[in-house]
Design a protein. Structure first.
Length: 130
């Protein structure tokens, strides 16, 4: 059983995330590289929310290869290229993850490998040993 850490002695999270997640012995970790909002058809949507959807869809496929799913994510690192894209990304994240939510960091960066990318997401997941 994962232990979601949100101590009462510090300020609560600003959004739907946990301050920390403790992974007990016996769990295996899967780390996903950053995924960009691009489909297998090479299409990059203009909308930041649609890009975030693709990021998480790609992550779900990667985790599926390890027998895991989005519900096994314990940590999210997300990056957007403009403050204007924060809400679109957070709306997607909040729809996909209920309480207790994974630990999460969201950063504004100057850009990615191609200028049309607005969102990138990388995650760590924990699942049962095989």
């Amino acid at each position: 059983m994962l232990n979601y850490l949100t101590p009462k002695s510090i300020k609560p999270p600003f959004a739907r995330y946990s301050h920390g997640v403790e992974v007990p012995p016996g769990k295996r970790l899967v780390l996903c590289s950053g995924q960009l909002g691009i489909g297998s058809d090479d299409v990059v949507p203009e909308d930041a929310g649609a890009q975030a959807e693709l990021c998480f869809r790609n992550i779900a496929v990667i985790l599926g290869e390890a027998g895991l799913g989005l519900q096994d994510i314990i940590r999210i690192n997300a990056y957007v290229t403009d403050r204007a894209y924060l809400r679109a990304y957070m709306d997607v994240r909040d729809r996909l993850f209920s309480e207790p939510a994974p630990a999460s960091t969201l950063m504004i960066v100057s850009g990615f490998a191609r200028p049309e990318f607005k969102v990138e997401v990388e995650v760590t997941a924990a699942g049962e040993t095989a």
